[in-house]
Design a protein around this ligand. Structure first.
Ligand code: ADP
Ligand code: MG
Length: 695
């Protein structure tokens, strides 16, 4: 037997994908399924029964004993409940059964998923419905059926349903635009996404010794180690054996599930890594990313490691984000954000670019909301990841083109006179014109936009729902106007010029981390929503509710429910972190420092008896004592602040956490970290930063 992995052979082997369906379904059933997908209509019971039967036989061959409706509730992670295929025959035996009804619809028994008030307790049922556009797969002995999750009254309770709606909306409006450019071929426009995933890996035994990591996913304490990431010796460095065998295992599992895992490397911070898949349609990309995060965690455990997806596990070194590469392409394979090689492509590109810029400018606050949650507050605006201000980086070449269109002047670089929309050929736009601007939250990278504000732990659904819907709205406005135009070319030129002029404030090429940018952004009137508590009110701003209800993505109720869920989750996380901090300070840190102080005191007494000097010990005792006193006081204050969190007013509570609890936590940490530096390592109750990061 050879150890060589035959990747093409195993790739997708655990997925009931189109090829498998074609092989295993009667042709008319396969065709019926295809047409349901194309038209978005419902499967008939006959078709569902046939698919379920074929799926069951296939899954049993793969060793499955159970099936599960796999869904993406508002927790941001996935949920599953497993039912076995067994059905009693009445004579003490069982057969394996799975019907079309069971495939298509399920009932979730729990009312314990966040619903923001959408499910009253008297009707706590939730339903799951197969999304036939995502493939079922087998994992750990279960057949997984990707589903949407909604309430008894039909309101969506998940992250998949609105994403699918947004995909349809942006496709419809984009196709309208393409028709105006004489494209009669394209039937659908597809939103393509590649999500680069960052994560940390730690040894399991060290992780287990830290209550903060176990309960909150990040370190709440920790003095800076003598070495951090200043030598840049981890980024792209050789991958250590233990990690490398984890990655190998992970890739194999992902490939079996048809996930296009492509690039892996060490990231900036010690113990930090990245995995990037090849892009696919956004619905698949979202499912795949959820699956990837879950497999990473399980696979790490197998290798005696722990995978941390938290945005900021360690202070002082980089946090983890998720770069969401987003573009639109026709079903015939044309990328609509590729600068054109012909005059008509040039005009089309500039129009899509204009729509994007206008949309981001008008809905910057909502986009900020989609990445606002407790974990990400440590990154955005923290001087490392993108700032909390949304802006777009286009690069010198495109900036020059836009400026020349606005001014009606020569486009200098190309030295060929003014670039006329729809008449001239666009110069080719190099992928990275200058040094890639790493500080920009939304960068144009040749033929796609890279949205970099996402946190590493979050579902990519929300940000993509927003990008798609914003784009749909702008394209809708453009199509309305251009369809009415008597002179298309003239109107097109006027429209593009007008949009670039009115929305140039959203374009920024400078250093996004600098203080000057904060001033400049304020001067331009851009919003700077520094924290989750600042950002979330925008979620239900009238203009944003109008956008999403107009396009049928959310009802107003659904938006208010989601807003409530996000607030509640922020408040809960803040409370857990504060309580964990108090617990560790009272039960671990203070006792450790006191024990050490006590032993020093005994040493001093013994030394004094011998007439030896004990100056060092005495000074250390004084320092330890003043820090223990201060820490004790700060913990008491945190405790009192926690007792005074405003009740029954989540928005007020969120601001309170941000303005009162966060500073109180910072005080506790600062003092505890001083104590750590003063205390004999043998007394310290948990592994330090240097133990964890340089194991
Ligand atoms: P990097 O950002 O490291 O330079 P790439 O630009 O090659 O890497 O790609 C980063 C991610 O963007 C990958 O997941 C890749 O598949 C994805 N990507 C590439 N082209 C597109 C596109 N047209 N639309 C969406 N995502 C894309
Ligand atoms: Mg990238």
């Amino acid at each position: 037997m050879s150890d060589i992995l035959n990747v093409p052979e195993i790739f997708g082997s655990d997925v009931f994908n189109e090829t498998t369906m074609r092989q295993r379904l009667p042709q008319h059933i396969f065709e019926a399924w295809k047409s349901c997908i194309a038209t978005g209509s419902q499967l008939t019971l006959e078709v569902a029964n046939e698919i379920a039967e074929a799926m069951k036989i296939w899954a049993l061959e793969k060793g499955a004993t159970h099936y599960t409706h796999w869904f993406q509730p508002m927790t941001g992670i996935t949920a599953e409940k497993h039912d076995s295929f067994i059905a009693p025959t009445g004579d003490g035996r069982v057969i394996m059964e799975f019907s079309g009804k069971e495939l298509v619809k399920g009932e979730s028994d729990g009312s314990s998923f966040p619903n923001g008030g959408l499910r009253a307790t008297f009707e706590a049922r939730g339903y799951t419905a197969w999304d036939p556009t995502s493939s079922a797969f087998v994992r750990d002995g279960s057949l997984y059926i990707p589903t949407c999750f909604f309430s008894y009254t039909g309101e969506s309770l998940d992250k998949k349903t609105p994403l699918l709606r947004s995909v349809d909306e942006v496709s419809r409006e984009a196709v309208r635009i393409l028709r105006l450019f004489g494209d009669t071929e394209t039937k659908r426009v597809i939103c393509c996404v590649g999500a680069e995933q960052e994560y940390f890996l730690l040894p399991r035994d060290l992780y287990a010794q830290r209550e903060d990591l176990r309960l909150t996913g990040r370190t709440l304490f920790g003095a800076q180690p003598p070495k951090g990431q200043e030598l840049d010796d981890h980024y792209f460095g050789t991958i250590r054996t233990r990690v490398s065998s984890f990655m190998k295992d992970l890739d194999e599992q992902l490939w079996r599930l048809g996930i296009l895992s492509k690039t892996k490397h060490n990231e900036g911070a010690p113990c930090q890594h990245e995995l990037a898949p090849i892009y696919t349609d956004v619905n698949t990309a979202c499912d795949d990313n959820q699956m990837m995060m879950s497999i990473m965690k399980k696979c790490a455990a197998k290798h005696n490691l722990v995978c941390l997806l938290h945005e900021k596990p360690f202070a002082g070194v980089n946090g983890s984000g998720k770069h969401n590469n987003w573009s639109l392409a026709t079903d015939t394979g044309k990328n609509l954000f590729s600068p054109g090689k012909t005059p008509s492509q040039n005009a089309r590109f500039l129009l899509f670019l204009a729509a994007f810029l206008k949309g981001i400018d008008e809905y910057q606050d909502f986009l900020r909301c989609t990445v606002a949650f407790a974990g990400n507050d440590h990154r955005l605006g923290g001087g490392e990841a993108p700032p909390a201000i949304v802006s777009v980086f286009l690069g010198d070449e495109l900036n020059g083109i836009i400026q020349s269109i606005i001014d009606g002047t020569k486009y200098e670089q190309e030295d060929k006179g003014m670039l006329r929309i729809g008449v001239d050929v666009m110069p080719s736009i190099p992928k990275d014109t200058t040094d890639r601007n790493r500080t920009s939250p939304l960068a144009f990278t040749g033929n796609k936009f890279e949205f970099r504000m996402l946190g590493s732990s979050q579902s990519i659904s929300g940000p993509n729902i927003a990008l798609n819907t914003i784009m749909a709205e702008e394209l809708h406005q453009f199509a309305d106007r251009l369809e009415q135009a008597s002179d298309f070319d003239k109107e097109l030129h006027a429209l593009i010029c007008e949009v670039f002029t009115n929305h140039q404030r959203i374009i920024f090429s400078g250093n996004g981390y600098s203080d000057e940018w904060k001033w400049e952004a304020a001067r331009r009137g851009l919003s700077n929503l520094v924290s989750t508590a600042d950002a979330l009110p925008a979620y239900v701003a009238p203009k944003n509710i109008e956008l999403f209800t107009k396009h049928g993505i959310f009802t107003e109720n659904e938006m208010r429910a989601r807003h409530a869920i996000h607030l509640e989750s922020y408040n809960k996380i803040m409370a857990i972190e504060a309580r964990t901090m108090e617990d560790m300070a009272m039960h671990q840190i203070l006792p450790a420092a006191m024990r050490y102080t006590h032993s020093l005191c005994e040493g001093v007494a013994a030394k004094k008896e011998l007439g030896a000097s004990a100056n060092a010990e005495s000074q250390l005792i004084r320092n330890l004592s003043s820090s223990t006193d201060a820490l004790y006081e700060h913990v008491g204050k945190l405790h009192n602040c926690l007792a005074a969190v405003p009740k029954n007013a989540p928005e007020v509570a969120a601001r309170y956490y941000r303005n009162v609890i966060v500073p109180a936590m910072e005080d506790v940490r600062a003092e505890a970290d001083i104590l750590e530096a003063l205390t004999d390592k043998r007394y310290w109750p948990y592994p330090t930063y240097s133990d964890l990061l340089f194991y």
